[in-house]
Write a protein that binds this ligand. Structure first.
Ligand code: ME8
Length: 642
């Protein structure tokens, strides 16, 4: 396979403020399909995604959850990554804006822009929208609310650093004018030119003093770097960009980005602020920013607070990962918003995946088994119908290529579905069950089934970026090693292998009413689903020695803020035990109290002090507070807990 060169694709980095809904997840699935497709064509692809973890909103949410911001984002980022992994996305790096390498460069970027005079200090007064992390002027507000999200704004006045965007406006305008493909779709480009560039770019406020959770400005530490400067930089820091020029190999190889895939709401940041940052840093500009439309639930915006949010993991539980990938990619139009509901998804799975794709594969394999014991031979005869059939199959990769080049993924999928429909029609036209009745039609029947299996193979190769697992299953059922794109250059590369004699249906047909009843029962369950640990034997439990003890002394660990050091009396001995509850108790409160300790746990050192056991405690779900398991004062010390 010829190497077509490098291809660097990124998604927006998701706010680590909550679980990503199907709209956010759509974006990574779309990027994944493009990345997989490009790899298949022979591109050397680097694919980056990740999380945007700083800012006031996250600081507030962490506080409400009784956690430090870092503890909070650790949990959120893990959940986001879990969903992206569940959806089988093949990213190369999952960057977090709390990663050390990223933060170090953000500090340096800010300093460089300041040193060269692009950033200056002044004072700001404006309307601030916390969820969008954006300042607005009076005239920008719509009905007194945030023009982006329609939520409440509040007045904020603070000393701030500002970025002189206007200095680079002309160069950016020229770049946009000379690079038609830079802002896509075209309609978004006009929006940027008319609404922002024509009126003239205002200086951008790029630091905050009203909260702490961000990358500090190191030469003025009461300021933190504006979350968008921090977030946008991920596209270069993730590759090892270095302000001082000691760039990593990935940066040298993959920058500039070939595609920033983002949603329509953040085009302004990516096509105005980001290129201007890069111009100021003297870094080449990305080749394309594609602002995809949004996924709606019915006709409404997806919103957790409205209670209409749909999540990819719930969908996958019912329909499988590939069906979810298929649905969102097929259903999202190029420029208008798309729609998802559970009912629509069931309809689409039945109409496309079960009836067309799954059914085609299943009956072709079944017929190959029934009429030829699963093994065809390379003896063919070609009719006019076959010629036309082959031409249609052979033309499909080209159509898909054209659609994918324009990022019309839904149209590319439709072309592959057309191929499968053509195959199904070919079955009707050739009626293999009739051919099977006459011994004299054996070659014809062999030809028909071969053409179908080869047609299916073409479709499965082309569909691999969309539904990788399904394609793998089809290749296995066909027992073919020809899974590569080059094998689509001519018709007839299917090896005529023995197909599986146990074809499993790729997609089951769903009964809409029954499935919806199951969906409702599932969604109506209380939100927290308890994850149980695997069952253990009584003997396993019996290995743990738990004993009641009395706290004789309790003090803070000299070198670890969260830890208390206990001296506990068990009657026959006293032990030093450490426990991470310093945030929740004053040491003196605990002296004299009775606790339960595990005594036969291997001792370990925590910051220089030895812990010879463990005190039982429980963490409250609601606010993350940890409480020791205290037992009543008349319980005898040394009592065994069982
Ligand atoms: O905007 N349908 O993060 P985010 C499709 N951290 N896409 C949607 C969507 C929907 N209903 N709702 C949101 C941020 N998105 C910033 C990005 S990049 C340097 C910083 C898209 O978690 C949204 O447009 O709010 C964005 O591209 C992505 O999901 C993450 O959104």
């Amino acid at each position: 396979m010829e190497n077509k060169g490098k291809y660097y694709i990124t998604t927006a980095i998701a706010y680590a403020s909550g679980k990503p809904h199907i709209g956010n997840t759509y974006e990574i699935i779309m990027a994944d399909a493009i990345a997989r497709y490009k790899r298949m064509l022979g591109y050397d692809v680097y694919f980056q995604t990740g999380t945007d973890e700083h800012g006031q909103k996250i600081e507030e949410k962490a506080k409400a959850a009784g956690m430090t911001p870092k503890e909070f984002v650790d949990v959120q980022a893990a959940e986001i990554k879990r969903i992206f992994d569940l959806m089988n996305t093949s990213y190369d790096r999952f960057i977090r804006t709390t990663d050390d390498d990223h933060e170090a460069q953000v500090k340096k970027i800010f300093k460089k822009l300041y040193d060269q005079g692009d950033i200056y200090k002044s004072e700001y007064e404006g309307w601030y929208c916390t969820p969008c992390e954006s300042f607005w002027t009076d005239s920008q507000l719509v009905d007194g609310k945030c023009p982006d999200c329609g939520r409440e704004v509040h007045k904020e006045k603070e000393e701030s650093y500002f970025f002189k965007l206007s200095k680079y406006q002309k160069i950016l305008e020229k770049y946009i004018e000379e690079h038609d493909e830079f802002i896509q779709p075209e309609s978004r480009k006009n929006e940027m030119i008319n609404n922002f560039l024509k009126p003239g770019l205002q200086d951008l406020c790029v630091s905050r003093t009203s909260f702490k959770w961000g990358v500090p400005v190191d030469f003025d530490p009461k300021h933190v770097v504006y979350v968008w400067i921090d977030a946008l930089s991920n596209y270069i820091t993730g590759l090892g960009y270095d302000v001082d020029g000691n760039h990593g190999e990935l940066y040298k190889k993959y920058w500039p980005a070939d595609l920033h895939l983002i949603g329509k709401d953040i085009i302004r940041f990516h096509t105005l602020y980001w290129p201007i940052m890069l111009l100021a840093l003297d870094v080449p500009l990305p080749k394309q920013v594609f602002g995809h439309p949004w996924m709606l639930v019915g006709e409404d915006k997806i919103s957790k607070s409205r209670g209409n949010a749909i999540y990819a993991d719930d969908l996958a539980k019912f329909f499988g990962v590939d069906a979810v990938r298929y649905y969102v990619l097929h259903e999202m139009p190029f420029a208008q918003d798309g729609t998802i509901t559970w009912e629509l998804m069931i309809e689409r799975i039945n109409s496309d995946l079960a009836n067309v794709y799954g059914n085609l594969v299943n009956r072709t394999i079944a017929m190959t088994n029934k009429y030829f014991g699963g093994q065809l031979t390379r003896v063919f005869e070609e009719t006019e119908l076959d010629k036309e059939f082959k031409e249609t199959i052979l033309a499909t990769p080209k159509i898909v290529e054209e659609k994918m080049a324009e990022l019309r993924v839904g149209d590319a999928i439709e072309a592959i579905m057309e191929l499968f429909r053509r195959c199904n029609k070919y079955i009707d036209e050739t009626a293999p069950w009739t051919l099977a009745k006459n011994e004299s039609d054996r070659v014809r029947l062999n030809t028909v089934l071969y053409n179908l299996l080869e047609g299916i193979r073409f479709g499965a190769v082309l569909m691999e970026p969309v539904m990788p697992e399904t394609s793998r299953k089809v290749f296995e059922q066909l027992n073919t090693a020809r899974r590569d794109y080059d094998s689509l250059l001519s018709f007839g590369n299917y090896e005529c292998s023995k197909v599986t004699d146990k074809p499993e249906p790729l997609f089951g047909r769903l009964d809409p009413e029954k499935t919806m009843a199951e969906v409702h029962a599932y969604l109506d369950q209380p939100e927290e689903k308890v994850e149980h640990k695997p069952e253990i034997e009584f003997g396993d439990f019996d290995k743990v020695e738990m004993v009641v003890g009395k706290v004789l002394e309790c003090k803070k660990h000299p070198d670890a803020d969260k830890i208390l050091v206990f001296n506990v009396d068990f009657g026959y001995e006293q032990r030093q035990i450490l426990s991470g509850v310093a945030e929740f108790y004053k040491p003196e409160e605990l002296v004299g109290r009775k606790v339960i300790a595990v005594l036969n746990l291997k001792s370990r050192k925590i910051r220089g002090l030895e812990s010879n056991g463990m005190l039982l405690s429980a963490v409250k779900e609601k606010d993350g507070k940890e409480e020791l398991e205290l037992v009543s004062s008349d319980m005898e010390i040394g009592s065994i807990v069982c």
